[in-house]
Design a protein around this ligand. Structure first.
Ligand code: ADP
Length: 373
């Protein structure tokens, strides 16, 4: 039996779980233990250390492997790797591309190295699943020198997309050729998956591109940035703060980044809540259309993550926009609570619509098992 400790550290939260595998599981396993820490603001090294020491002491079993979700693996990491000095240096370098995440991940790795020096650690990258993107989808139409210097679409949420693309055929009990997964959490992106391989996705060089998100803008005209930099003399730090932390649902509504609040106030006819909801849906529908076009059709659509799993309204409005493809939700199945994964399209729908509870920690644990066995 292998006990795998999985860490998923965000800028102000840390999710820890332990999985016990005696073989590489295909079907979902529950963790044998889990704990979530939420801090009001990014925690200090000391707070993080104390929480981890306490956590490790409370465990009743020895840890054999430690797995980390690493947001940005650049072009170099096409799959998970056992962490050593050069891997740590690369993760640090890549932090300049994913400022919200990679440094927090590195802190976690270094702390665990001190606390459990003999236990191997594995980095599981959110970008790796997208290594199959063809150049035409990965490259930007910029001077080719930029592309050579490494500016390209990486895509993110790959661990969730990989899990959903393995899980969806299990639910349907058939192979899927053209699948689109909508990962709609606080960060959000879509992935077009052909025969299990990512061929297009909405996030890009950074996790800022694509859909409108909780506090992130998603795609905007790059000319806006030039205008603000050149004509309005705004500084890069200011633009970064505004685009990552003050935009999206929060920026438009002016009061919340949480879809639950937006939906509640929109139902009461709050003008900017309605605007935020309309814009969110417009962007989602437009970009979902582009994923379907990249695939040349769709046979299965998956909703996952906080909004995808819980908002029947977002699912209903999104699916309504694709009725012309013969996609039909079953209204009763869509609105009922979904503690389990399931099919929510009607029996007559030409496209299967699934609700899947994403299991990133389980997918990381699976990767750790295969990398160290
Ligand atoms: P993270 O990216 O932080 O892991 P999650 O996948 O947990 O995010 O998604 C968090 C978001 O899910 C919240 O910000 C909230 O907007 C949304 N959410 C959670 N429950 C609901 C719900 N019942 N209805 C609408 N949105 C919800």
């Amino acid at each position: 039996m292998k006990h795998i400790f999985v860490l998923n550290s965000g800028s102000s939260s840390l999710k820890c779980s332990v999985y016990a595998f005696d073989h590489l599981p295909n079907k979902k396993h529950q963790p044998v233990w889990e704990k979530h820490f939420d801090w009001k603001k990014p925690p200090s090294q000391t707070t993080l250390k104390q929480s981890l020491i306490k956590t490790l002491k409370s465990l009743k079993f020895p840890i054999d492997v430690i797995g980390h979700r690493i947001v940005h693996g650049g072009a170099q990491y096409r799959e998970s790797v056992v962490i050593d000095g050069p891997v740590k240096r690369k993760i640090k370098q890549l932090a300049e591309l994913a400022p919200l995440h990679n440094l927090a991940d590195l802190q976690g790795i270094e702390l665990l190295e001190k606390l459990l020096p003999d236990v191997p650690q594995v980095a599981v990258f959110d970008t790796a699943f997208h290594h199959t993107l063809p150049d035409k989808a990965a490259f930007y139409a910029v001077p080719y020198g930029w592309t050579i210097s490494g500016i390209r679409r990486f895509g993110f949420h790959g661990i969730s997309f990989q899990y959903c693309s393995r899980r969806a055929p299990q639910i349907l009990q058939q192979d899927i050729h053209k699948l689109v997964v909508c990962h709609l959490g606080s960060g959000a992106s879509l992935c077009a998956i052909e025969q299990g391989r990512s061929i297009d996705t909405t996030m890009g060089f950074t996790p800022l591109e694509g859909l409108m998100m909780d506090t992130r803008s998603g795609s905007i005209d790059p000319g806006i940035l030039l205008y603000l930099l050149q004509k309005k003399k705004r500084k890069g730090d200011f633009l970064s703060r505004e685009l990552y932390h003050k935009s999206g649902l929060l920026g438009v509504s002016g009061f919340s980044s949480d879809m639950r609040d937006i939906e509640k106030k929109a139902a009461l006819n709050h003008r900017r809540a309605r605007l935020a909801l309309d814009m969110y849906l417009h962007q989602l529908i437009r970009q979902l259309g582009s994923m379907i076009a990249s695939l040349g059709g769709i046979d299965t659509l998956v909703f996952t993550a906080g909004i995808g799993e819980n908002s029947s309204l977002i699912r209903e409005k999104t699916c309504q926009a694709f009725q012309h493809l013969g996609l039909m939700l079953d209204p009763a199945k869509n609105v009922k609570p979904h503690p389990e994964d399931g099919i929510i399209s009607s029996a007559h729908s030409k496209v299967n619509v699934l609700l899947i509870h994403t299991q990133e920690a389980f997918e990381i644990a699976r990767e750790c098992y295969s990398q160290t066995t």
